[in-house]
Structures are given as C-alpha cells and as structure tokens.
Write a protein that binds this ligand. Structure first.
Ligand SMILES: *Cc1c(COP(=O)(O)O)cnc(C)c1O
Length: 419
C-alpha cells in the first residue's frame, strides 16, 4: 500500500495561497532530498554508479540544483534542456544527451558543453562528424527489438522509433573506434513507469551480456552502461513502491556473473530516472470554484488539464486529497473537472470523495514528474506557478505563474494596423 497522506495542512495551504494564488504545483524539498539519498545509497552497490536525472520530468533549475548537490547529473534531449542544465550548474560529463531525430545545432551545443552524446541511430555517426565532430567519448542507444530474456519479452521495442539494432550497434563501435573514439558507453531504455523490479534486473542482464559480446567481437571495452529511466511509482493507493535495494542488488548480481566473470570490470552503471526521483513529492494544489449537479456531480477546479495532462491523456489515476477532510467518510461520487473546453478535462471520473464545498482545496498527488512540464496553452490556459515547500514549512516561488502578457509575448499586435 502506498502512503497517500499529505505532509501539509489546509491552514498551511490557505496561508501560502494568500501570496501565491492557486493553482500551483508544490514540491516537497525534504522528501525529494531524502529520496535522492535513499536512491544513491541503494545503487551505491554498483561500481561508480551515476544517476542522470531526466530533465524533461521536472525542468526547473531549483530542482536541478538541489539534485546536483546530491550528486545527480542531468539527462537532456533538447537545446533548452541542455541550456537549463548548464545554467543549473550541471556541466561536462554530468550531462547525458539522449536525443533522437536530433538537429545539428543540438549536437554542436552538447559538444560545446562537453556532454556525453548518446547516439540514437547509425546514420548519426556521419551526421555528428559533419556538424560537430566526433568526441573522445560516445554512447549508443540499443533497441533490442523482439529479443527475449528467460522467455520474458520486454515491451515491444521493435515498434519503438529509438535506438540501434544489434547489428548496427556492433558496426557503430567498429566505425567509431576507427574514427578515434577512446571511451564508449552503451544505453537502452525499454521500460516506462514499471513497478516490476525483475524487469530492470533482466534488462541489466541483457545489457551486461552485450558488453561482453561487444568486447569479444570488436575489442571495444565499454566504460559505462546506462539502463535508462522508467522506474515506476505507485499512483494508486493499492500499489507498492519498488525497493531500490532489490533492483540494485539484483543488478549487482547480474553484473558479477557477466562483466565480473569476463574480467571486464569496472564498468560504470548509470540510470536516467525522472519519475521515481520527484514524482511522488509533487502536488497540484487547486481550489474548488463550482459544484455542479446535473446527470452527474461535478467538482469544478481552478486547475485544468493544461496544468496536468496525464489523466486526460492516458486515463492515468492521480490520487486526490480534499485538504482538511481526510478523515471524513467518502460518501460522494464526483467527476473532478477543469474549465477547458474539452470533455476529457477531468482529473478523476466517478471518484469517491468526502462531501466537497466551494472553496475547498484539493491536493492532486504525484505531479512531481511529467506534471507541470507537460503543460500547454490550448484554449488560452496559462501555466501555473511552481512552489518549493522548504524544510522549515515556508514556500518558495521557483517559477511564477504565466500571465496573459506571457501568452501574447510571441505576437506583435502593432503589425495589425498595417495589415
Ligand atoms: C523520459 C525518459 C527518461 C525518464 O523516464 P522516467 O519514466 O521519468 O524515469 C529517461 N530517459 C529517456 C531517454 C527518456 O526519454
């Protein structure tokens, strides 16, 4: 069972909302830090382990700096993410550039920063050489296709647009060696929001066996293996969080049996998790504006799917706490909606909740990753603020809310007169 209690009170939120109007995303600094430390400690059983936080999950410089202080790097896949990492103090090989369909200028920027470039395709080798030159260290993304391990098929990678085939990978290491590359990495990402620990261990086994084969066939020694992100979180109260230690110890066992036995140690093991690092420690805080009773009962919020797209986009469950009413019986059934002119703008459908009144504050859980970041402006909806709940209980504004002026910033109304 996942703990879905909140670490703040209604009174506390009312105080914060006086200064920073709802809706806003609120991130719990203390719990993000504690979680980062737990993560680092568990995966410390692996040789010189490194986590590159997936910047796309929560692209805020205050969060990136906080995580950098815990020893995390940044995993980037676009120009703004590269610049954001740089400006947050994440530099050089602490940046992993895992991109696909990559524009030349992003390769150039990644090289300028000294980031580790993770190539997505064999044709990117000449493309990189032409536009940015070949660096001394390079990584390649492997797509295992319909490959099976212990009769377990991991996802449907052959449908995915990412990565090199097995043959292309071997070819890639040969070609890059000839071009003078000295240090090599191997990457894959085949899991997403996965709560089954064994899948990570099997993926690691597949990758470690590949490291041994690559050495045998091409003579290339892999310096680091990046197992991607994809560790899931228990969005539903009846789900359980993964055990970092079980995954880490399982990966360590596979490492010893493959890389260790082949005499290829040490190989640095890396992850680029986003969701599991910050996801559970963020909340969308929103106020109830209307209660509507027609064919169903609707709770109308001041937040919309523009602030949190996952429920509308994937039908994803996000737990909801009605602040100050956590101990009340769940006697009502509501659709919890936003004001966007799309009928799928619903945070919950037929959710059993305590009786809600206008003016109540709701905390929508698990918005700390792929939450604010997936926001958009459709229907003239503005992105919300982001606040950091400090360890002393105060709230720091780490991104202000968008204004109507921001929304119009790319328009030049003065041109209308001449049109
Ligand atoms: C999105 C992404 C991640 C992070 O995924 P999480 O599910 O947030 O852990 C890591 N690596 C790559 C290449 C990604 O695209």
């Amino acid at each position: 069972m996942a703990d879905k209690t909140v670490q703040f009170t209604r009174t506390q939120i009312e105080e914060i909302a006086k200064k920073h109007p709802t809706p806003f995303h609120l991130y719990d600094e203390k719990r993000i830090k504690l979680n980062a430390r737990k993560f680092t400690e568990a995966f410390g059983v692996l040789d010189s382990f490194k986590e590159y936080f997936a910047v796309k999950a929560l692209p805020n410089p205050y969060i990136l700096k906080l995580l950098a202080k815990e020893g995390f790097g940044g995993d980037c896949s676009s120009m703004p993410e590269l610049i954001l990492s740089e400006r947050s103090g994440i530099r050089g090989e602490d940046i992993m550039f895992t991109s696909n369909d990559t524009p030349a200028k992003e390769f150039v920027k990644a090289r300028e920063l000294g980031a580790i470039i993770n190539l997505d395709d064999i044709t990117h080798i000449p493309y990189l050489e032409q536009h940015a030159g070949i660096p001394e260290v390079i990584c390649m993304r492997f797509n295992p296709g319909s490959w099976q391990f212990s009769n377990v098929i991991i996802g449907k990678p052959e449908e995915a647009k990412y990565g090199f085939t097995r043959q292309q990978l071997f070819e890639g290491y040969r070609v890059l060696s000839q071009k003078g590359v000295k240090r090599f990495g191997l990457h894959t990402m085949v899991l997403s929001n996965e709560l089954d620990e064994s899948h990570f261990i099997k993926t690691a086994r597949m990758m470690f066996e590949l490291v041994v084969e690559i050495h045998k066939e091409t003579g290339v020694r892999i310096e680091f293996v990046n197992l991607g992100g994809g560790i899931g979180i228990p969005y539903r109260p009846d789900q359980n969080a993964v055990s970092y230690a079980s995954i880490a110890n399982g990966v360590r066992r596979e490492y010893d049996e493959t890389i260790g036995k082949a005499g290829l140690a040490p190989v640095r093991v890396c992850l680029e998790c986003g969701r599991v690092i910050t996801g559970p420690y963020g909340y969308l805080i929103t106020e109830v504006v209307h209660i509507k009773d027609t064919y169903k009962k609707f709770v109308g919020l001041d937040a919309t799917m523009a602030n949190l797209m996952r429920p509308a986009m994937y039908g994803a469950y996000h737990h909801i706490t009605v602040l100050g009413k956590d101990d009340k019986p769940r006697t009502e059934t509501y659709d919890v909606t936003g004001s966007l002119c799309e009928n799928n703008d619903k945070f919950a459908i037929d959710r059993e909740l305590p009786k809600i009144e206008v003016g109540d504050y709701l905390a929508i859980h698990d918005t700390g990753a792929h939450g604010h970041a997936m926001g958009f402006n459709y229907n003239g909806k503005l992105r919300s603020a982001e606040l950091l709940l400090r360890e002393d209980g105060s709230a720091a504004l780490i991104r202000r809310a968008e204004t109507v002026e921001d929304y119009f910033a790319t328009l030049d109304f003065s041109g209308l007169a001449r049109f």
